[in-house]
Unconditional design. Structure first.
Length: 133
């Protein structure tokens, strides 16, 4: 598969999951910036334009859907993938309506996350996504 440029912004309050994702994605040549929660992501004043968000649904302060909504309110539009330990149909529907490209259930055992990230970054670097005003 061709090299894809851009950054993966991983937001997960679980240290083990966040660090595992960072390690695994870097093994595939991706640049990863981990965040312990939505507040840390929102406090980063230097978010890249060519990026893909990978966000956990269940976090203490923000759930992943509210976080994406907040980013949109700030006119930050990045392709995003929601990961969750289990999801009810109404949560999946709400996530898709909010703009998530995919909703993936943990444990992440196949290539769905990596494929989704590569697709999102390919579009972002082509100017189709990842725009901010």
């Amino acid at each position: 598969m061709p090299t894809v440029h851009g950054t993966v912004l991983v937001v997960d309050d679980d240290d083990a999951v966040r660090n595992s994702l960072k390690f695994a994605l870097e093994l595939h040549g991706l640049s990863v910036r981990p965040y312990a929660d939505g507040d840390h992501l929102l406090a980063d004043g230097n978010l890249p334009d060519e990026a893909c968000l990978v966000v956990d649904y269940r976090m203490p302060v923000w759930d992943g859907i509210d976080l994406l909504d907040c980013l949109h309110e700030r006119d930050i539009h990045l392709p995003a993938i929601l990961i969750t330990a289990g999801t009810a149909p109404e949560i999946r529907e709400r996530a898709i309506r909010s703009g998530y490209r995919q909703v993936l259930e943990k444990p992440l055992e196949d290539c769905s996350l990596l494929d989704g990230i590569r697709s999102a970054l390919s579009e972002a670097t082509g100017g189709l996504a990842g725009s901010r005003a």
